[in-house]
Design a protein around this ligand. Structure first.
Ligand SMILES: [Zn+2]
Length: 57
């Protein structure tokens, strides 16, 4: 059985680029790197399910 996945969309705090990462449903925190500037961010779900909160790692 494959784990259902959700799209975590987040905005880079350094360059403002919008990034997307596919994560398993129920994920509480994940780490992703901005595709544009390479800055690592820690992501956590927000009230809205698609747009995630980002903070600098
Ligand atoms: Zn960036």
């Amino acid at each position: 059985m494959t784990m259902p996945a959700v799209t975590a969309e987040w905005q880079c705090l350094r360059c403002g680029a919008t990034n997307r990462k596919l994560v398993g449903a129920g994920t509480r925190e994940t780490v992703d790197r901005c595709v544009t500037c390479g800055t690592r961010h820690v992501l956590s779900p927000d009230v809205r399910p698609v747009r995630w909160k980002a903070r600098l790692k």
